[in-house]
Design a protein around this ligand. Structure first.
Ligand SMILES: [Zn+2]
Ligand SMILES: [Zn+2]
Length: 354
């Protein structure tokens, strides 16, 4: 099969590789498409820990496709079925996996102990075929499409954060920073979960416009507006019950802190280029709780499939760019340089199911 392989930092090539053989509990999937995100740039640049060795490793963690073969003891799927995935499969034997926190697996990066984060610590989906553990696959019901499946995994990241934060958002005023794929899927999720109001903060007008289309009640352009002042105005001076930081901008966590209702919650689902500064005394005085979560754990991709199946998550319209697998380095360049303002870029291998 054709597969992208990372030979070193900044050196990705499409080569011939044997089709992988699914072991016990594993499923072979013919990849229909694979999305990319900032994590792929970190991997491409050699800044992501615990990846398999250069010259062998195929990245790509946001893939979807059609079941092609079943490993021993897999009867949950049938050949020919379409599936969505989540990236992380835990070892199943460490303290965190045993308590359900498999995206924080203590054997992360140790495939011999069964941990598999596809496209990060194991081969992924920038290839014609990929294997994954059966527990990380979800049936993709009609009328959902492969493009929907790519964003369903992203929605799982926001839903897992809400899960970790114990965020029963019905009736809550919610502000979300970062109108990228995670932020926009989370805008839709909190709205569908009954938030009283959803305020979206960003810096790019086109993304904010998309956020408005997808259900944000108010959008704030941080380049033009004093964000904390505007959020306090919109909430009648009370602040928000829940602030969700999905932007990764270093100033955003402090903006969250300064618009909180007393007793509110801050949820961080972003990564930052360096340390951030926070007025912790104000956070303690306000009895504010801060939560973080990593990835799409807690079986929340299954929840995202349910929401999407009922037409309550708009997914495929976030896919703005498609590239064939042999142009993967061009796709990475377009994402890095934001050529044509990409929202979600997908890579399509040759012969992919449609
Ligand atoms: Zn990703
Ligand atoms: Zn584990």
């Amino acid at each position: 099969m054709k597969a992208a392989v990372l030979f070193g930092p900044g050196d990705m090539r499409v080569v011939d590789k044997p089709v992988p053989v699914p072991g016990p509990g594993e499923v072979l999937v013919q990849v229909a498409m694979c999305g990319m995100c900032g994590t792929d740039l970190k991997i491409y640049d050699g800044h992501f820990p615990l990846t398999p060795p250069y010259g062998k490793f195929t990245p790509g963690h946001e893939w979807t496709g059609r079941v092609a073969a079943l490993g021993e003891a897999v009867d949950e799927f049938t050949i020919g079925e379409d599936v969505a995935i989540e990236a992380h499969h835990g070892c199943g034997r460490c303290d965190n996996c045993v308590t359900g926190k498999y995206t924080a697996c203590l054997n992360y990066g140790n495939p011999a102990k069964g941990q598999r984060a596809t496209g990060m610590t194991a081969d992924g989906g920038f290839a014609e075929y990929a294997i994954h553990h059966v527990s990380s696959l979800y049936k993709l019901p009609r009328p959902l499409t492969y493009k929907d499946a790519v964003l369903i995994m992203t929605a799982g990241t926001g839903l897992y954060g809400l899960d970790v934060a114990g965020a029963y958002v019905l009736g809550a005023d919610v502000a979300i920073w970062g109108p990228g794929p995670v932020g926009l899927m989370t805008v839709q999720a909190v709205r569908e979960l009954g938030a009283n109001s959803v305020i979206l903060v960003g810096t790019r007008a086109s993304r904010l416009a998309m956020g408005k289309r997808l259900g944000a009640d108010e959008v704030i352009n941080a380049r033009e507006t004093d964000v904390p002042k505007r959020i306090m105005e919109l909430t009648g001076g009370k602040g928000v019950d829940l602030a969700i930081e999905a932007s990764g901008a270093v100033e955003a966590p402090q903006q969250c802190a300064s618009v909180m209702k007393r007793g509110g919650k801050i949820l961080i689902v972003a990564f930052y280029p360096g340390p951030v500064t926070l007025d912790m005394s104000a956070i303690v005085r306000g009895d504010i709780s801060i939560f973080t979560s990593r990835g799409e754990g807690g079986n929340n991709v299954k929840r995202a499939v349910s929401l999407a199946k009922r037409g309550r998550l708009r997914c495929s319209e976030l896919v703005t760019h498609e590239f064939p697998l042999d142009q993967i380095t061009e796709a990475l360049r377009v994402m890095r340089e934001r050529v044509g303002d990409p929202m979600k870029i997908v890579v399509i291998p040759p012969g992919a199911p449609v």
